[in-house]
Design a protein around this ligand. Structure first.
Ligand SMILES: [Fe+2]
Ligand SMILES: [Fe+2]
Length: 166
């Protein structure tokens, strides 16, 4: 915790920490949703889907580290109990009860779209007040936008393939 670094934040620091802890909870749940999805997914194009899901899982875990680092810099504590992720999350967790490739892609697209909306709001909140958080969140948002596109491209290829097999 650096005192001058915290003093320059032009907004309620506790509110900012709470906002970041919600994003932190989202990232862990997103990480697990990708990780378990990659383990159990079934159906056509499975191999390329697994590759993408694992890549995204790695990115979400890295995001949770980036957000945790900023929470600690601000003098806060990242959520310490996994059960509390559910209390803080914006985007929730969708269990891949249907393990078919199309369902898993659709669930994760929904998650990415939620993440994009959440980070867009955090950017608006911090744009003037806290350029350090703004910069971290901008890097994360760039990844989430890429994730959405990766998954939608895979889903599009999947739909095309199914159409040609009829
Ligand atoms: Fe993320
Ligand atoms: Fe993502």
């Amino acid at each position: 915790m650096g005192t001058r670094g915290i003093e320059i934040v032009g907004m309620d620091v506790n509110e900012l920490i709470a906002t970041l802890n919600r994003a932190f909870s989202d990232e862990w749940l997103a990480y697990y949703q990708y990780w378990i999805g990659a383990k159990i997914v079934k159906g056509p194009m499975k191999e390329s889907v697994i590759g993408e899901l694992l890549q995204h899982a790695t990115d979400e875990l890295r995001h949770s580290e980036m957000v945790a680092g900023r929470i600690i810099q601000l003098g806060g504590t990242p959520v310490i109990r996994p059960e509390d992720w559910y209390k803080h999350t914006n985007c929730g967790y969708e269990a891949p009860e249907n393990d078919f490739v199309k369902n898993i892609l659709e669930q994760n697209i929904k998650g990415e779209q939620c993440a994009i909306s959440v980070y867009q709001k955090v950017l608006a909140l911090t744009r003037e007040a806290d350029p350090v958080t703004f910069n971290i969140v901008l890097q994360i948002l760039e990844d989430e936008v890429e994730h959405e596109e990766d998954l939608q491209s895979l889903l599009e290829d999947f739909e095309l393939m199914m159409k040609h097999h009829k």
